[in-house]
Ligand binder design. Structure first.
Ligand code: MN
Length: 476
């Protein structure tokens, strides 16, 4: 056992198939696979950190030593590829959704520990967040520095059950954050407290492993502590520790914990801030959190997520896909797979692979998908021979198997995302495209052309990285 008495400390070598359990283990893994770029020291927290992170999105995670001279480094882009999340889970990419579903259905309760790395250093008096933490400003028109990768943990004042979610948090004063709470579980718990004119204790946890980050986005029922999904994904009870100023239990191996209270009857302007659709979320009155403690590791690392990038999109998409596939299969067991496409910011465009058995079935699947998630705007259903992770393949199916007068479904004036700027206050149209081939078609009409033996050729092997090709010599 280590000095902090963590249960079941795992071995996690560079190539080991175990799930990842801490941010540090994950950084080791990224570094060992040429997926971590260490940027120059003293990178500016205003714009420059985000500029590097954004340009390297999808290629490398980024680590910034001494950003703007700050002692605490910043990291970004922890997961910018679906395959990386598979590695973090210790599974093959095709197993990411089934594994996440399985963990959601078989949560493992957390295990409390008495001392924790996350509390090696404790600040309680005269909190000045910008002094303690390296808070970056991302986009041109963002109001200022934000905490964008913090897991907000709160407790239901009636039941004591915890909720975990991510909210954008704007620096609004030395010990004050503007937090955007949308009407979900955290907001419900806050309303229960506010009705009694009480503040709601909250903790914001920054710097966790990718699986704990992912669990915060699970679509779970109220009073379901999402940290228990992280435990299931990691294959152990997640070690948690009591906050220094409240009853909230936070991941003990986290880098940084910001403790405070969301104030009743107080709303202050917050925003704009660059959001997932790659537009600004507007400035509006949001909730206010007053900070009363910050705890962190001695050599803490601060995580930031640049809005609209792949890290932001994937963390939301994987739990949504898992929920959608489970939902759809209740009525349509022949739904093979679903994919929230990157071109639809992994929220608005759903591709569905269907083993069609009945004419008209694709349209029912489209309606089922719209009913399951209000965020969905366009749904495309394709046959089993189409790779839904390849947008060009899906477009090919639309080009060759879809007729707009027959296969298009439009639902006007329905609930859409409020962050879709083309919708009016979140009301807009939905469109479904049935790009499946008719069951009764003559076999040769929709038979895809195929060269015998094409699959067996190893393209990487053929494309040698020689700069000079001696084609004349080869012909002698
Ligand atoms: Mn919840």
């Amino acid at each position: 056992m280590t000095k902090h008495e963590m249960p079941n400390k795992p071995p996690h070598g560079a190539n080991a198939p175990q799930p990842v359990r801490t941010l540090r283990e994950w950084l080791d893994h990224l570094a060992a696979h040429q997926r971590l770029a260490v940027i120059k020291p003293n990178t500016d927290l205003k714009f420059e950190v985000a500029a590097y992170a954004k340009r390297l999105d999808g290629k490398r995670a980024t680590l910034f030593p001494k950003p703007s001279g700050h002692a605490i480094p910043v990291v970004s882009g922890l997961i910018s590829d679906r395959g990386w999340m598979a590695d973090a889970m210790g599974v093959e990419p095709a197993e990411v959704l089934p594994r996440f579903l399985e963990a959601s259905l078989n949560p493992i309760p957390s295990q409390e520990v008495k001392s924790a790395p996350a509390q090696e250093v404790v600040h309680r008096d005269k909190i000045d967040l910008a002094k303690i933490l390296p808070l970056p400003t991302h986009n041109e028109h963002d109001y200022g520095p934000y905490i964008s990768a913090g897991l907000m943990i709160v407790r239901n004042p009636k039941t004591g059950k915890q909720n975990v979610s991510i909210h954008r948090c704007q620096l609004a004063g030395p010990n004050r954050l503007g937090v955007l709470l949308l009407p979900r579980h955290t907001h419900m718990f806050f309303e229960l407290a506010e009705k009694e004119n009480q503040p709601l204790d909250a903790a914001i946890v920054v710097g966790v492993d990718p699986l704990t980050l992912l669990c915060s986005q699970a679509i779970a029922p109220m009073d379901f502590d999402e940290l228990e999904i992280a435990g299931a994904l990691q294959g152990r009870p997640l070690p948690v520790v009591k906050c220094v100023n409240s009853e909230i239990r936070v991941p003990a191996e986290a880098e940084i914990v910001i403790e405070g209270k969301i104030l009743p009857k107080i709303r202050e302007p917050e925003g704009p801030f660059g959001e997932f659709p790659q537009y600004y979320g507007p400035r509006a009155n949001s909730h206010v959190m007053e900070i009363n403690a910050v705890t962190h590791r001695k050599d803490a690392i601060f995580h930031t997520i640049v809005g609209g990038g792949l890290e932001h999109q994937l963390l939301g998409a994987i739990p949504k896909e898992a929920t959608l596939i489970a939902n759809l299969r209740r009525n349509f067991p022949n739904v093979v797979d679903v994919h929230l496409a990157p071109g639809g910011v992994m929220r608005f465009h759903l591709y569905v692979k269907l083993r069609k058995r009945q004419e008209g079935e694709a349209k029912n699947v489209i309606m089922g998908a719209f009913a399951a998630s209000f965020d969905l705007k366009h749904v495309i259903v394709v046959d089993e021979d189409v790779d839904i992770h390849n947008p060009t393949e899906v477009e090919w199916a639309v080009a060759t198997r879809f007729q707009a007068d027959r296969d298009l479904l439009i639902v006007p004036n329905s609930q859409n995302s409020k962050l879709d700027p083309s919708a009016v206050k979140g009301v807009g149209a939905k469109m479904g495209i049935d790009a499946t081939k008719p069951l009764a078609a003559d076999e040769m009409v929709f038979k895809r052309i195929h060269v015998p033996g094409e699959e067996a050729i190893d393209v990487a092997e053929v494309i040698k990285r020689d700069t000079k090709t001696d084609w004349k010599g080869a012909l002698k």
